[in-house]
Design a protein around this ligand. Structure first.
Ligand code: PGD
Length: 757
């Protein structure tokens, strides 16, 4: 019985050396999740990559994109694969330098501090001189750029969020824009040891705290909250927030003393809210015409918020949309108008429920980390601009006040991520992936990304290697001894890079003379303080609990106590309701204060612009993390007719004559996918909810059509704004129709066509 950590929880497992024979939740976890069931069932699935492969066309014709994504793969020995790849890396670095290599390689990979795939690939490419990197994340692309201008960095905000226990004890009203998702809150970057969302929500409720969840989905908040559900048109939350601001101002409920002392730019914002700057007062009636939420309810909510100790939270999903910066910024502003920022249980929060960790008090101790070395060049893209970069080398684009140029990338190296899951408009991504001369992918599985590569190297799963594991802001550090030997000929990413580095003459720089076991020990020993157990003792004990200096932390408490001595990290040191910096960039799609702007695809658009009648909500899945282990038992148990479930309100299903459990076609003019219909009144009318992460399974006759239900064939590859260039994959307009005739089978749960060399 040994312990293992995943992004979705810790478990204990027995093994026969090859398989996990029993998996039980870690006993310290009060609310374990069934996602742990995916690990054992996926580990030896037929879609594991069992040995190295090279696409036939690349092997026979040399570098070039023709045939990528459709040709068969040829199995090769490790020696041959590594020789070929080292030769190709040598060629590309020699001809184009580091700017010819994209190593942005975004993705969550697996838990484990040493075998963290991104750290490994970045360290390796840095040894070769560097690479084009990516900045920010698909999770938080808009927030990570906006928030430093407005209140402080995303990292600071997450670390300092008011503790859940403080909310449970002090808050009178939680107004949760985007809910507090019970399914997302089971996941934490790098690992989630103790799940507690239902517990803290239950405790708050039992004390009398009221919850209001503002979301198109009723189940975006735990049942324990017994929440009032307000369901505006998706993508219009900022209008609702502006109307709350209007009511607070009109009824004299704004806390002027707080605003004067702790914020800048309120008067400029007020001119907009009152309609003095644009002729449109942002009244509750104005908001009703946009959101569909009754004006009286909005006014009533504003009054309740002013009358109670109120926490206003905004989920991460809201900023994953066009103009995604706006609801977040407006959330900060309304919380500032209430004057409770810095008080226990009051103020602002971002991402409660988005991961386990938000609201976990910060142990304030950096985790052990593999040094990534130094990148010899400074070329980057905001992460969600990958297709633009590959399709438009040399083009200029805006980003956070800068004009940048897309590099001319010749080789793409992906390790630990699945862009054919995470990116928007997969048909466009497919075209973009034809451009580079060579695409290299390390992955344990034949994901769609691996199927769009030239060289595919099989990496181990985390259960197949020794490591240390800890989640961001989690207080547990786990010893993660290998539970089984590797599947087939899979190797650790570290071992693969060590071999390549040695062929390319940088072996010593990459390994520093250590093997994987020595690195794990070295990272722990270099990290621990004198009062912590040495490596042997830690490994034997299996885990270590970190102390938390302030279990009752309250966001901005120090700033509230002393705004001069403990200023925020914004340019003014205060909350920026109007940002001179952002205004100076001159972006029409992100001016100097929060505004409502019509998105390109929303339910309130004029009929001519609304070519498809349903708003797709492409949110995170319930039965897996992203696309990980989609072939695992728990993920498969969530499928309907073998496809990803799409949920529709009964009225929408009836209007289309659709039967629950049938395969339906979800489509717009970018593409289509097949999904299994679930009829559910927990979904607002006008909405089709289809989670991300089912492996993209393009129909060979029409690659814009996915047989398995991946919503990213439907989403637009459109940035949140010129400010952030963040991912906007959460929303798109679609239609849903019955499928007549024979339904094509799903093929992505079989490996691609392969041949022996
Ligand atoms: P994962 O499925 O976690 O998705 O995108 P991300 O690419 O992170 O991919 C991780 C990959 O790493 C898997 O293929 C897994 O097999 C592989 N892997 C695991 N362990 C290892 C390892 O040790 N070595 C190697 N080499 N590989 C490994 C997630 C992204 O999707 C995120 S974070 C968000 S928040 C976005 N959300 C949305 C959304 O809300 N809506 C839409 N439409 N699209 C989204 N995409 C984004």
């Amino acid at each position: 019985m040994r312990t293992h950590l995943t992004h979705w929880g810790a478990f204990e497992a027995d093994s026969d050396g090859y398989r996990l024979t029993a998996v039980r939740p870690w006993p310290g976890d009060p609310e374990p999740t069934r996602l742990i069931e995916n690990v054992a069932s996926a580990q030896h699935h037929r879609t594991r990559v069992d040995r190295p492969y090279v696409r036939r066309g690349w092997l026979e014709r040399g570098p070039g994109g023709r045939g990528r994504g459709s040709e068969e793969f040829v199995a090769v020995s490790w020696e041959r694969a590594l020789d070929l790849l080292a030769g190709e890396l040598g060629r590309v670095y020699g001809e184009y330098g580091p700017a010819g290599v994209f190593g942005g390689s975004y993705g969550w990979a697996s838990a484990g501090r040493f075998h963290h795939a991104q750290s490994q690939v970045h360290r390796f490419l840095n040894c070769l001189g560097g690479y084009v990197r990516s900045v920010h994340s698909y999770s938080l692309g808009a927030a990570e750029v906006l928030l430093p201008h407005v209140i402080g960095s995303m990292d600071w905000l997450e670390r300092s969020s008011t503790a859940k226990s403080v909310i449970a004890r002090h808050t009178g009203l939680v107004v949760a824009f985007g809910g507090i998702s019970p399914k997302n809150s089971v996941v934490g970057v790098g690992g989630a040891s103790r799940h507690d969302t239902r517990s803290w929500v239950r405790a708050a409720r039992a004390r009398g705290c009221r919850f209001v969840s503002i979301s198109p989905l009723r189940d975006d908040i735990p049942e324990e909250a017994a929440a009032e559900w307000i369901a505006p048109r998706p993508g219009t939350d900022v209008a609702l927030l502006l109307a709350l601001a209007h009511t607070l101002d009109a009824e004299g409920l704004a806390d002027r003393a707080f605003l004067d002392r702790y914020t800048v730019g309120y008067e400029r914002f007020l001119r907009y809210v009152r309609g003095e700057s644009d002729g449109t007062p942002k009244t509750a009636e104005w908001a009703e015409s946009i959101t569909g939420v009754a004006a009286e309810r909005v006014r009533g909510l504003a009054r309740e918020m002013a009358a109670h100790r109120t926490l206003l939270t905004v989920s991460w999903s809201l900023q994953r949309a066009q103009h995604g910066e706006q609801p977040l910024w407006a959330g900060v502003v309304v919380a500032a108008m209430l004057g409770q920022i810095g008080l226990p249980g009051g103020g602002f929060g971002h991402g409660y429920g988005a991961t386990t960790a938000v609201g976990d008090p910060d142990p304030r101790r950096a985790l052990p980390r593999l040094p990534q070395g130094c990148n010899g060049i400074d070329r980057f893209i905001p992460v969600a601009r990958i297709a633009d970069m590959l399709l438009n080398p040399g083009d200029r684009f805006d980003y956070n006040g800068r004009r940048l140029t897309y590099p001319d990338v010749r080789l793409v190296y992906w390790c630990g991520g699945n862009p054919f899951h995470h990116h928007q408009d997969l048909t466009r991504l497919r075209a973009a992936f034809e451009r580079p001369e060579t695409v290299v992918v390390h992955d344990p599985f034949w994901t769609s990304t691996a199927r769009h590569a030239d060289i595919v190297l099989p990496s181990t799963m985390s259960v197949e290697r020794d490591d240390l594991g800890a989640g961001q802001w989690d207080r547990m550090l786990f010893a993660m001894p290998a539970l089984t030997r590797p599947h087939g000929a899979a190797r650790d990413d570290f071992a693969i890079f060590a071999e390549l580095a040695s062929r390319l003459g940088v072996g010593e720089a990459f390994t520093e003379g250590r093997d994987a076991g020595q690195w794990v020990r070295h990272l722990y020993e270099g990290w621990r303080s004198a009062d912590m157990p040495d490596f042997e003792e830690f490994w034997r004990a299996g885990s270590l609990e970190l102390a938390v200096p302030d279990p009752e932390q309250v966001l901005c408490a120090e700033f509230r106590a002393d705004p001069v001595g403990s200023p925020l990290s914004t340019p003014s040191g205060r909350i920026e309701i109007f940002s001179e910096t952002i205004a100076s960039f001159g972006y029409a799609d992100c001016p100097g204060h929060p505004v409502w702007s019509e998105p390109a695809e929303w339910l309130g658009a004029a009929a001519a612009a609304r070519r498809f009648p349903l708003q797709l909500v492409a949110n995170q899945p319930r039965a897996r993390l992203h696309s990980q282990l989609d072939v695992g038992d728990f993920s498969r148990s969530s499928k309907v007719a073998g496809r990803e479930p799409v949920r529709l309100h009964p009225s929408e299903a009836a209007a289309r004559g659709l039967r629950p459990g049938s395969v339906v076609r979800v489509f717009n003019d970018r593409g289509s996918c097949l999904a299994g219909l679930v009829v559910d009144d927990a979904v607002r009318p006008g909405v089709a909810q289809l989670s991300t992460g089912s492996w993209y399974d393009p129909d060979p006759a029409d690659p814009s059509s996915c047989r398995h239900g991946n919503p990213n064939v439907l989403t637009a590859d459109r940035p949140a704004s010129s400010l952030s260039q963040g991912c906007s994959g959460q929303l798109a307009l679609v239609e849903v129709a019955a499928v007549s005739g024979e339904v094509p089978a799903v093929a992505v749960d079989e490996p691609p066509a392969v041949a022996d060399s």
